[in-house]
Write a protein of this length. Structure first.
Length: 414
């Protein structure tokens, strides 16, 4: 048996680990991860791309429920308030998302009327929006949020983005803009989809205009790069999950299928996600729907409930670690688990399981179709939960945003 020298072994292992880290940092995979992290350090989602109506069907919210959700663009958190839950804890590690969530809550609290709210959060090219911020919001926000929106970027106050079109900004907004530019290079005007009056017209536009784009060599070359989907918030790990759905490990047919669902499965008059994708704005009155949280019928309830929300600059696991056992009822993880290691998955589900009351529900989305936690959670954690597979499949088909492969619901066993 070979004798082991602890000091020499430690030094050797430390050097090997450092070399491996250097190799990862400068490998193609390491550079992709670093680029994604850099891009994700700014504003990513001016609008969240998870369908809140689907969430609320899955959660079956009741007035005593206490919710924990990832913030992102904040639209879902506000939509949940229309059901008057007892409380909502919003977590996010991105400070830009934190500032946006707090601004939207402040807009409900302090703008005078529903029409002012819609003008501020839904209408482009409204030069009075920054004036409304100065008059009604700035002094009523917490210092950090007020300083953020009064702060300057490229010489202009950040809040002036609402004078223009905030939905053309952020990582996602720029990605959609790049997709429009690529289509125009090939002679296609994607804004025409928003003008379709029937689903038959939508189908015709997809078949004749959009679908052929995915056969273009430049499109196939671009979509073969993991970095091409960073603008959708899809990191390298999620890209691999998506590529696994295609026989040739190409992302192009997967994207074609998702875009077909967005274009053809729901009327334009009912799908504000399609309006954002094709018109890069929300529909004007009479053209189509506003997001759930901006609809007039929910205004009073949401405004009355905004004080039930607490926004935290923290991770899901960090927040729950400081909460009592059996204290929460609903958990919304968006698609964040697609990025997690096995250890991170088990850490967050350990805290969810500890803080969940009997009958609590966890909902999340995945880039691929299968649930990301199966086979990865420890049996001690997984055995506490029941997977509502049939209901999950049923609701996946109803997801208007159309960019996810799977929607999943888990229920805490008694």
């Amino acid at each position: 048996m070979t004798e082991f020298a602890p000091d020499a072994g430690f030094r050797k292992n430390r050097k090997l680990k450092a070399a491996l880290l250097r190799h990862k940092a400068f490998s193609k995979e390491g550079l992709s991860e670093r680029l994604f992290g850099l891009l994700f350090s700014g504003l990513v989602y001016p609008q969240i791309w998870e369908d809140p109506d689907l969430d609320m069907k899955a959660m079956e919210l009741e007035p005593h429920h206490r919710i924990v959700t990832i913030g992102s663009g904040g639209c879902n958190m506000l939509a949940y308030l229309s059901q008057s839950p007892a409380s909502i804890d919003v977590v996010d590690l991105n400070p830009h998302h934190i500032a946006l969530n707090k601004l939207k809550l402040g807009a409900f609290r302090h703008l005078p009327a529903h029409a002012d709210l819609v003008r501020f959060l839904a209408r482009p090219n409204q030069s009075a929006n920054s004036q409304a911020f100065d008059r009604f919001l700035s002094a009523n926000l917490d210092e950090a949020t007020s300083s953020y929106w009064n702060g300057r970027k490229f010489g202009r106050r950040r809040v002036t983005v609402f004078d223009r079109n905030i939905y053309k900004t952020g990582l996602l907004g720029r990605f959609i803009g790049a997709a429009h530019l690529l289509a125009r290079v090939h002679g296609i005007d994607l804004t025409g989809v928003a003008k379709a009056k029937t689903m038959e017209e939508q189908r015709q536009l997809f078949d004749e205009k959009i679908a052929p784009l995915f056969e273009k060599p430049v499109v196939r070359w671009i979509t073969s790069r993991k970095s091409s989907l960073f603008g959708l918030g899809i990191p390298p790990q999620q890209y691999d999950e998506l590529a696994s759905l295609a026989a040739d490990n190409s992302i192009a047919p997967v994207l074609r299928h998702r875009l077909e669902k967005l274009t053809c499965h729901f009327p334009m008059q009912e799908n504000y996600f399609a309006w954002q994708a094709f018109a890069r704005r929300y529909a004007d009155e009479g053209e189509g729907p506003l997001p759930t949280y901006l609809k007039a019928e929910h205004y009073e309830a949401i405004r009355a409930n905004v004080d039930r929300v607490s926004v935290h600059h923290a991770s899901f696991t960090e927040l729950l670690a400081g909460e009592p056992a059996a204290s929460r009822d609903r958990y919304i993880l968006l698609d964040a688990q697609d990025w997690m290691t096995d250890q991170q998955l088990n850490d967050v589900w350990s805290e969810i399981s500890r803080t969940a009351r009997d009958g609590a529900r966890v909902i999340f989305r995945t880039a691929a179709e299968k649930s990301i936690i199966e086979g990865r959670l420890s049996p001690a954690i997984r055995d506490q939960w029941t997977y509502l597979e049939d209901r999950s499949l049923e609701l996946t088909a109803l997801d208007r945003s159309a960019i996810y492969g799977g929607f999943h619901i888990y229920v805490k066993k008694p």
